[in-house]
Write a protein that binds this ligand. Structure first.
Ligand code: FPP
Length: 231
């Protein structure tokens, strides 16, 4: 069983288009998939779930779609916070949280704070997230430590990079799922996914529920992870 699953939730727009619905309906139904997968993680014993909910690149989308997604996120938090409390799940955000509109940011910070001591699982939302930007920020912090003398260049190791990312204590994902068939990483967790198993399904995110998640876990269970060894 993977301890950490990361998901690129893709295909909401195409799901809606196929049905002659506005794109936001795809995102709304996608939020139901988030609930379903969160529950499935609890059942299966997956401790960390990281979801790519809004990339830095997504800011170029039409204003109405961005506003719709932001208000959906606020509603999702208001409607589902109790489930995080009941299940002892900690909410975290990776990304440039400061870029988000104030009402969403406020809601997020509130739930993040209220759930910060929970330890049954973690829901990590990547919001205004870009992996290259995360690495640039890490390099800047490391350079600052070298400059002020608290770190020497010789001591910079892979762990140094990991320790300066947004969620340094979270183990790397074991499994990365992408829906809607695209074979791309799209600037998602580039460092952290180095040894992850990849699973791509043609199913659009709004149709990705318990059954599809179970199929991904089954596929993962059949893999033989070698981490570079010959075994
Ligand atoms: C990609 O589909 C999806 C997004 C950019 C947003 C993901 C957001 C949600 C699932 C909504 C709720 C999230 C939470 C955490 C409550 P797309 O619009 O790029 O689809 P397309 O490629 O078919 O156009």
């Amino acid at each position: 069983m993977p301890s950490h699953v990361a998901i690129i939730m893709d295909g909401n727009g195409r799901w809606a288009k196929q049905r002659g619905l506005p794109r936001i309906k795809g995102h709304e139904t996608g939020a139901e998939s988030v609930r379903a997968v969160l529950r499935a993680c609890k059942k299966a014993g997956v401790h960390y779930l990281t979801l790519y909910a809004f990339s830095m690149e997504n800011w170029i989308r039409p204003k109405e779609e961005i506003a719709g997604l932001m208000s959906l996120l606020s509603r999702f938090l208001r409607k589902n916070a109790h489930e995080l409390h009941e299940n002892n799940i900690r909410l975290r955000v990776i990304g440039r949280i400061e870029d988000l509109p104030a009402p969403v940011r406020k809601e997020l910070l509130r739930v993040i704070d209220e759930t910060k001591d929970y330890d049954e699982g973690q829901l990590i939302l990547a919001l205004s997230y870009g992996s290259r930007a995360e690495l640039v920020e890490a390099v800047k912090k490391i350079a600052g430590e070298v400059k002020d003398g608290s770190l020497s260049v010789e001591d910079i190791a892979e762990e140094t990079i990991s320790q300066h990312l947004y969620a340094p204590d979270v183990p790397d994902p074991d499994l990365m799922i992408r829906t809607s068939g695209e074979m791309r990483l799209s600037n998602f967790l580039l460092w952290q996914l180095s040894y992850a198993e990849l699973y791509v399904t043609d199913v659009f995110w709004p149709d990705f529920r318990e059954e599809q998640f179970a199929q991904a876990l089954e596929s993962y269970a059949r893999r033989h992870r070698r981490f570079g060894d010959v075994k």
